[in-house]
Ligand binder design. Structure first.
Ligand SMILES: *[C@@H]1O[C@H](CO)[C@@H](O)[C@H](O)[C@H]1NC(C)=O
Ligand SMILES: *[C@@H]1O[C@H](CO)[C@@H](O)[C@H](O)[C@H]1NC(C)=O
Ligand SMILES: *[C@@H]1O[C@H](CO)[C@@H](O)[C@H](O)[C@H]1NC(C)=O
Ligand SMILES: *[C@@H]1O[C@H](CO)[C@@H](O)[C@H](O)[C@H]1NC(C)=O
Ligand SMILES: *[C@@H]1O[C@H](CO)[C@@H](O)[C@H](O)[C@H]1NC(C)=O
Ligand SMILES: *[C@@H]1O[C@H](CO)[C@@H](O)[C@H](O)[C@H]1NC(C)=O
Ligand SMILES: *[C@@H]1O[C@H](CO)[C@@H](O)[C@H](O)[C@H]1NC(C)=O
Ligand SMILES: *[C@@H]1O[C@H](CO)[C@@H](O)[C@H](O)[C@H]1NC(C)=O
Ligand SMILES: *[C@@H]1O[C@H](CO)[C@@H](O)[C@H](O)[C@H]1NC(C)=O
Ligand SMILES: *[C@@H]1O[C@H](CO)[C@@H](O)[C@H](O)[C@H]1NC(C)=O
Length: 401
């Protein structure tokens, strides 16, 4: 009798407690639709939401508009659908990892997240984000089955890393300013990348893209690298400077192994704080950088090209390595050696084996002005193991002297 009276009272108390702490608990663990429904009355959920590996089936979290913490879904290998018709912002990390059967991701009101970390989503083909995510600090999207990132259109972002999404065919975002790293690599073979409004960026690396559009880019406060792309042309009509204005020698330009590239246009580029490398672009014959006047690192060009137009050069603080399989006018560069060009100099015309500074300069035929042994050249072009490692990691090459 006593127990029967007490039990309902205890039950009521426990529900009341659950409701009052429900919206302010540090972490809500959601395994099922019932757990999700328990949050329906929380307009703001201050803590983090966690869907553990046991979360299964179809889960829709409707009611909360703001999530103060993270939204984490890990290893939920039987979760097929995740949605919310109410969540507009997630202050922390929106983390989705190893969701092997997730085929629906629908957040109809979401516009702001602290950061996006999505990886290993092997069957997710599309996003249903009709309000568009416009604000995110850091974005990492890797190893997904997404063919488009429609639904993400950022106004502001610090770092953007999109890699190994094998089906991705287009990515376009309106962002004007990327303050940290931009890395796009190893996605679908026909990925068209567009940054129609991007004006300033820090470090940018593009690999394996089939087209790259950066019409508004004005300055890069770091390095800019294009490696192994399938692009046929590349233009940065408004780009003027590469590299930090506060740190010497940071900010290199690399155009390497873009085998289909025939036409490049950088008509306003005038200064490069670090190294300037063009190599292994087998179809690139015409190289023209008429406005480049200052290069803080080395110039290192190797390929099949005819005489590059570098008529604006005033200062090259590092070395100079120019080697082409075609006949080039080394005389015009010889004149710059020792005055404009301050480091080790080498220019080789019509060589069967045009080598970039990375492989060291071994031949001193042609009109090399200074005899350089391969060891001396490799050292004096500033290439060493540490730098090579850095170059692989950061996608850039730092050649100083
Ligand atoms: C997810 O599963 C992988 C492999 O089974 C494991 O290494 C990892 O720690 C798991 N992650 C979490 C957050 O449970
Ligand atoms: C880009 O971001 C930097 C650093 O946050 C800021 O100083 C600059 O004003 C921004 N530029 C634009 C065009 O938004
Ligand atoms: C560019 O990346 C390098 C290496 O990761 C880093 O040292 C440098 O500070 C970055 N520059 C900017 C402007 O982010
Ligand atoms: C290039 O710069 C000019 C002058 O600043 C500007 O008028 C033009 O709109 C820019 N082009 C693009 C595509 O942003
Ligand atoms: C992607 O580009 C890198 C060079 O940065 C190259 O080594 C790699 O083979 C390319 N991958 C594909 C699939 O083409
Ligand atoms: C450019 O990069 C340097 C260091 O790499 C940093 O100190 C400076 O604040 C950056 N400038 C802008 C405008 O981001
Ligand atoms: C090369 O690119 C520039 C700028 O994008 C363009 O004006 C020009 O027509 C192109 N030339 C060829 C031969 O494709
Ligand atoms: C150019 O290609 C050759 C041969 O594949 C390679 O040894 C060399 O390292 C490449 N150079 C650069 C700068 O990637
Ligand atoms: C090489 O490029 C320059 C500038 O982009 C252009 O004026 C010139 O016509 C091109 N020459 C050839 C042979 O394509
Ligand atoms: C020159 O072109 C040929 C034929 O396309 C290519 O095999 C070779 O690697 C190119 N050489 C350089 C240094 O780019």
């Amino acid at each position: 009798m006593f127990a029967q009276l007490l039990l309902p009272a205890f039950a009521v108390l426990s529900i009341a407690t659950a409701q009052s702490t429900g919206c302010s608990q540090a972490t809500a663990t959601i395994n099922s639709q019932a757990d999700a429904t328990a949050l329906a009355s929380c307009t703001t959920f201050a803590g983090s939401i966690l869907l553990p590996s046991t979360a299964a089936g179809v889960i829709s979290i409707d009611g909360p508009q703001q999530i103060g913490g993270d939204f984490i879904v890990d290893n939920a290998t039987t979760l097929t659908s995740l949605s919310s018709s109410s969540i507009a912002s997630i202050s922390g990390i929106f983390h989705l990892d190893s969701l092997t059967v997730l085929s629906t991701l629908s957040f109809t009101d979401l516009t702001e997240v602290g950061s996006i970390e999505w990886s290993a989503l092997p069957v997710l083909q599309q996003l249903t984000f009709p309000s568009f995510i416009k604000k995110a600090k850091d974005v990492l999207i890797t190893n997904t089955f997404l063919s488009s990132l429609d639904g993400i259109n950022l106004d502001t972002v610090e770092t953007l890393n999109i890699n190994n999404n094998g089906r991705l065919t287009s990515f376009s975002t309106q962002v004007a300013n990327i303050t940290g790293l931009l890395n796009i690599e190893a996605n679908g073979k026909s990925l068209d990348v567009e940054f129609p409004n991007l004006e300033t960026a820090a470090n940018m690396t593009f690999r394996n893209c089939s087209s790259i559009s950066i019409p508004s880019l004005k300055t890069v406060n770091g390095s800019l690298g294009f490696y192994g792309n399938y692009i046929t042309s590349l233009a940065a009509p408004n780009l003027t400077t590469l590299g930090s204005t506060t740190e010497a020698n940071t900010g290199s330009f690399a155009l390497v192994a873009n085998g289909m590239l025939t036409n490049i246009s950088f008509p306003q580029l005038s200064s490069i704080a670090g190294a300037f490398q063009i190599a292994n672009n087998t179809g690139l014959y015409n190289i023209s950088f008429p406005d480049v006047s200052q290069v803080g690192g080395a110039i290192d060009f190797a390929g099949n090209f005819s005489t590059p137009d570098l008529t604006g050069l005033k200062v090259v603080s590092g070395g100079f390595n120019m080697q082409s399989t075609s006949v080039i006018d080394c005389d015009s560069f010889d004149k710059l050696n020792g005055n404009v060009i301050q480091g080790v100099y080498d220019c080789v015309s019509a060589t069967a084996d045009a080598k970039s500074g990375l492989s060291g300069s071994s031949t001193t035929s042609g009109s090399s002005a200074k005899a350089t042994t391969s060891k001396a050249a490799a050292v004096s072009f500033g290439i060493n193991e540490a730098v090579a490692g850095f170059s692989v990691f950061g996608g850039l090459l730092q050649m100083i002297l």
